[in-house]
Design a protein around this ligand. Structure first.
Ligand code: ATP
Ligand code: MG
Length: 228
């Protein structure tokens, strides 16, 4: 179980997270939906340990991890824009995640095979299509056998036709690991395809919601209200 309790975060006088509380269980893919700038990436960066919250706590499997450095949290992270190292090959990018002692050569080969990357290992990220860059980023995050996964719009640059192929692969890969997954997307259709549960981020708090359709109805109304 990945749990956050009462997370607060301000940048200068901008109070972005105002008491974020949620739980994601093993085998659950919780999709997080919210308008640009509402704090979704900030929340994931706090969970990974890249950013420090002003207050609140994070637990994984019952263990308090709020004060741990990122490399000791054992979380997989696919950042917005994939975060691949441009000067490293696909192979080196994926193996990079094994550097801190987690994962194994077996898990590397397992992910490469699962995501169909065998023939791309010697290429650089810029030589790949957006869809394959997303797969590499997912393989890199998963090769280190994380306790939970955080994905921030991992396939935004993939076109719809390709998404129809990539999404079931991502879903199957993630569900097979039986770990908690927190997945950010702007695409209502993608949310429905990948998610097993849904939350919206609004006014600095995160609330569960029953379906992506309902989430996007709330978000649409918020966008309309803020545009007036
Ligand atoms: N390091 C930072 N310093 C100052 N302000 C920041 C920083 N990181 C984020 N912010 C601000 O916090 C707010 C939330 O940003 P965040 O990136 O979390 O939004 P988001 O929900 O991920 O948006 P998007 O959907 O556009 O990716 C924004 O107003 C942003 O400008
Ligand atoms: Mg973001």
């Amino acid at each position: 179980m990945l749990e956050a309790r009462e997370l607060h975060k301000s940048f200068d006088d901008r109070h972005v997270l105002k008491g974020v509380t949620f739980g994601v269980g093993p085998g659950e893919i919780r999709v997080l939906i919210g308008l640009n700038g509402c704090g979704k990436t900030t929340l994931q960066r706090i969970i990974t340990g890249i950013l420090e919250p002003d207050s609140g706590s994070i637990r994984i499997g019952g263990e308090e991890i709020t004060a741990l450095p990122p490399e000791e949290r054992q979380l997989g992270y696919v950042p917005q824009n994939t975060g691949l190292f441009p000067h490293l090959s696909v192979r080196e990018n994926i193996l990079y995640s094994l550097k801190n002692g987690r994962g194994s050569v077996e898990s590397f080969h397992g992910m490469v095979e699962l995501l169909g990357l065998e023939t791309y290992l010697d290429l650089k990220p810029k030589q790949l299509s957006g869809g394959y860059r997303s797969r590499v980023s997912l393989a890199r995050a998963l090769a280190s056998s994380p306790r939970a996964m955080l994905l921030d719009e991992p396939i935004t640059e993939v076109d719809r036709a390709k998404k129809e192929f990539v999404l079931p692969l991502f879903r199957e890969t993630l569900l097979g690991l039986k770990i908690p997954v927190l997945y950010i997307t702007h695409d209502p259709w993608e949310a429905g395809e990948i998610g097993t549960s849904f939350s919206i981020m609004k006014g600095g708090v995160m609330s569960p919601i029953s379906s992506p359709e309902e989430a996007f109805a709330v978000i649409r109304q918020e966008a309309r209200d803020s545009g007036e």
